[in-house]
Design a protein around this ligand. Structure first.
Ligand code: COI
Length: 360
């Protein structure tokens, strides 16, 4: 990290959060509702490429009302966390994975690519500037949100010739207020998150915007998340912002395949597949039919179900329901084990055989 540090030079915030506000935020640790003193920024123009880079006071942006982000949703983002280890040192998890995915999302959205070194430098400079905001304790971290937006003021539908990259940071507790308790999932048939050839594999705001109404309808019925099916209504794809794993009573593990281009390949998903492989568990990335899952949950052939994502980490799913079925599974051993193993690596309590942790 030392070689990358300083690419986004710091102008300190003259009005950082005062002691009372800082103490309140770090005591409450909500998810994604409070922000640190600084943010990173870089500007790109089609003529000159990436130019001015800085770490400056967190605060409102001034943009033209005609900026393409407001009209055509030209944007992409990432989610990545910084963790404080017991010795006080600060680490992040596989920034190269997120850098590569950010570049892939940018290509799909006709945004310029940020080279991986700059992506990682942005995290390093921001976290070093705001180190006091990295919390300690189970389930807490500094959630980093890099994002890129088209800012050219032009109502023609074409890629913006002016783009801005930012990274903001939010000291956060668990995504689900219920912590590691099992969540319930409402299945939606009338809405899809993504279709073939669309933007489902990119991490772009539009996919999340498309998930809001079904998510709201599911919440009205008491569910904490929605589960989306493919456009034929046959196969499981993903939840509102998380991937999904199915554990069989025979020990087999499956997760929806991502080569359809309609599912976002999560970093946590990717890491869990590797961790299971390390322990001799082969994970099948395949089509999983809803009808088969429901039957399996009803008959006991499916033993565990869990969701995963950077924000949600690993969250057991206890119940899956729709108008025509309502099935439950208890929280299982593998779910708990994977949670302990992954967070053990991230918090520096366990060995890191793949060199995933990156010291800031
Ligand atoms: C993440 O898991 O980091 C995401 O970006 C998903 C979102 C639901 C918070």
């Amino acid at each position: 990290a030392d070689e990358l540090a300083g690419r986004f030079p710091l102008t300190p915030n003259p009005h950082p959060a005062d002691d009372d506000e800082y103490a309140r935020i770090m005591r409450e640790l909500r998810f994604g509702m409070d922000f640190t003193d600084h943010m990173v920024h870089a500007h790109w123009s089609a003529q000159t490429g990436w130019g001015q880079r800085e770490t400056r006071a967190y605060g409102p942006l001034t943009l033209s009302p005609a900026a393409t982000i407001f009209h055509y949703g030209q944007e992409c983002f990432e989610g990545i966390k910084a963790y404080r280890h017991a010795d006080g040192s600060i680490w992040t998890f596989r920034p190269g994975y997120n850098a590569a995915r950010f570049a892939a999302s940018a290509r799909r959205l006709c945004l310029p690519e940020l080279e991986p070194g700059d992506f990682e430098a942005a995290l390093v400079d921001l976290v070093r500037a705001d180190a006091r905001w990295v919390p300690t304790g189970e389930g807490s971290s500094l959630y980093l949100r890099p994002f890129m937006i088209g800012t050219e003021p032009h109502l023609g539908v074409h890629p913006a010739a002016e783009v801005d990259f930012y990274c903001i940071a939010s000291p956060s507790g668990p995504y689900f207020a219920t912590g590691f308790d099992a969540v319930s999932i409402g299945l939606v048939r009338d809405y899809h998150r993504a279709g073939p050839g669309g933007t489902g594999a990119a991490k772009t705001g539009g996919n999340y915007a498309a998930s809001l109404l079904p998510q709201q309808l599911a919440a009205e019925q008491g569910f904490s998340q929605v589960c989306f099916l493919d456009v034929t209504g046959t196969y499981l794809e993903e939840l509102g912002g998380m991937n999904l794993f199915v554990v069989g009573a025979d020990g087999s593990v499956r997760t929806p395949r991502v080569d359809t281009g309609t599912v976002l390949e999560g970093g946590t998903r990717h890491a869990l597949i590797q961790l299971m492989k390390d322990e001799g568990i082969d994970v099948a990335e395949c089509d999983i039919a809803l009808t088969e899952l429901v039957q399996g949950m009803a008959s006991g052939e499916v033993r565990e179900l869990f969701a995963c994502g950077t924000a949600a980490v690993i969250t057991p799913i206890g119940r899956l329901a729709c108008e025509d079925f309502d099935v439950s599974v208890p929280t299982g051993e593998l779910t708990r084990h994977l949670y302990d193993r992954l967070t053990g690596i991230q918090l520096g309590r366990e060995d890191d055989p793949h060199g995933w942790m990156y010291k800031i």
